[in-house]
Design a protein around this ligand. Sequence first.
Ligand code: EPZ
Length: 421
Amino acid sequence: MAKYIVEQSGPLHGEVEISGAKNAALPILAATVLTADVCEICDVPRLKDIDVMCRILRSLGAKVDEDWDEHIIRVDGSGISVSEVPYDLVKLMRASIFVMGPLLARLGKASIAQPGGCAIGDRPIDLHTKGLKTLGARVMMSEGLVNASVDRLKGALVYLDFPSVGATENIMMAASVADGVTTIENAAEEPEIVDLASFLNKMGAKIKGAGTDTIKIEGVPSLHGARHAVIPDRIETGTFMVAAAITRGNVLIKNCLPDHVRPVMAKLIECGAVVEDELEGLRVRGDAGKLVATDIKTLPYPGFPTDMQAPFMALLTTVSGTSTVIETVFENRFMHAAELSRMGANIRVDGRNAVVPGDKRPLTGAHVMSTDLRAGAALVLAGLVAKGTTEVSQIYHIERGYENFVEKLSGLGAKIKRVED
Ligand code: EPZ
């Protein structure tokens, strides 16, 4: 197994280019199942999760060409005839569930291994299945499989008990070719939802309201191929913003959309960092004065993103004063706290609340383990400012969601290398 060796590094300086958003590219690739035409998706990040989604599309009968010189994936969906997604693919990536709505719409059936939970929570799919049932699908769970079938999807009013990102995406994709109008109420408002709706509308869908809590989809008979460039990754953006702050550096983050990271900007400014929207990108400075504590509460967009909770907690261990962190989205997303405490932080967790004493700078390097994608990133950031050496294991989690993470950090002056165990 590979691991990262991270040495205490000085302040990060220079420029970093943000990649396309994993959490936009995945549902958009799933949406290509909705048409027999060719789709061209640009600015796709080269990540393990993307590789798994391409394998899933091929297993359904699609022809998938990956051009990593150009970061373009071309999908020819004309050969799609398989409606099953086996467990050996689903177990690699929960987001496999995103093909359920498109398969129901394209083939009238879908049989997908029930995605298991993961370190951060049970990750149920009840809102996905409830929404598809409301559109007329029959959905049965048996022997770890989710079997769905429908003669014709019919538009309906779907109310989401929680603004689930994945459920909003699955329902929106299925509704795009249903008979009649679908309204999704209490929908997720994330930028990735807007990007998916933009792609679907380029395919001929009629979707309004994406990015608000009410999305209206007027079903159309069929969708055609389209070309789409994925938005930049707002969580990678936030991760590098925090990297600049935690190392007290000065970094220009290029190819990012400042509007997608307003909560992270606001919290960094509350801590005393400087964040400036320059022509070429966002400049983040952690060297402009003493950094101080703040309080974080994760919420669905436009609130503070749960995916930024772990990286931000690493920063909070190094500022002056005690911070509190409340995680409202996932039920078990503080595992990085124990690993940070092994580096000298003294974080106290009680259910969904964490108290993060500051003034632990420098932390002490240690052998730590990634438990999920963003926890792993947080441990790397902590390693940059810890005395000595930090070894981060289970880095496959990190490499699912951060393209060229070592190269990008090294380009800013970080002392990090990837070694095979
Ligand atoms: C998406 O996951 C992202 N993944 C996650 O990013 C992100 O953390 C999450 O949205 C929240 O922003 C992708 O887009 C591939 P949810 P998703 O459905 O769709 C509960 C990362 O680090 N829920 O909004 O699975 C669920 O248990 C990953 O890139 C139900 O109860 O998130 C959770 O508590 C991690 N029933 C809450 O909603 C359901 O049917 C949020 O889940 C679905 C969800």
